[in-house]
Design a protein around this ligand. Structure first.
Ligand code: CUA
Length: 156
């Protein structure tokens, strides 16, 4: 069958591009480990209660004045619902949802996240002033949305 030379060139280029595409997908999936279940930022929302660190939500001291706050959001609350930290503590919030989309806002700070089921979202804040801070849900999540809150007590 007669085929103009330019057409053969384009078929070859198309084949090379396609092969490169599949190679990239294969490398991402199998070499880089980019398949969804192995991504540490993803989590099965149905298994939050049994997946560390969210099986034991709360504070973990990670430095002289630094803490990880591993927290769960659910209808209609946060786990845990009270955090006690010393003045000057830097807190790294790692939050996931057990059910629907929630918000995670600490008024008076720049912490304001959307918490999607299946993902772990993170933000940090250093609490330099003593006092009581609220964590509020700012995404409508159902009948108890306005009751969904937690407290951070920054003490001496
Ligand atoms: Cu949770 Cu609104």
């Amino acid at each position: 069958m007669y085929m103009p030379r330019s057409e053969k060139v384009w078929i070859t280029i198309g084949g090379v591009v396609l092969a490169a595409f599949f190679a990239t997908v294969a490398i991402d999936a199998f070499v880089m480990g980019a398949t969804p279940p192995s991504d540490p930022k993803m989590i099965d929302p149905a298994k939050v209660s049994t997946t560390p660190p969210f099986d034991k939500p709360g504070l973990v001291q990670v430095g002289p004045k630094e803490y990880d706050a591993n927290m769960t959001a659910f209808t209609f609350g946060f786990g845990p619902n009270v955090l006690n930290v010393p003045v000057g503590a830097k807190v790294n919030f790692h939050v996931t949802s057990k059910d629907v989309v929630h918000g995670f806002e600490i008024p008076g700070t720049d912490v304001n996240m959307m918490i999607d089921p299946g993902f772990v979202n993170s933000a940090s804040h250093t609490f330099d002033k003593p006092g009581k801070y609220l964590i509020l849900c700012n995404e409508y999540c159902g009948a108890g949305h306005q009751l969904m809150m937690a407290t951070i007590i920054v003490g001496g």
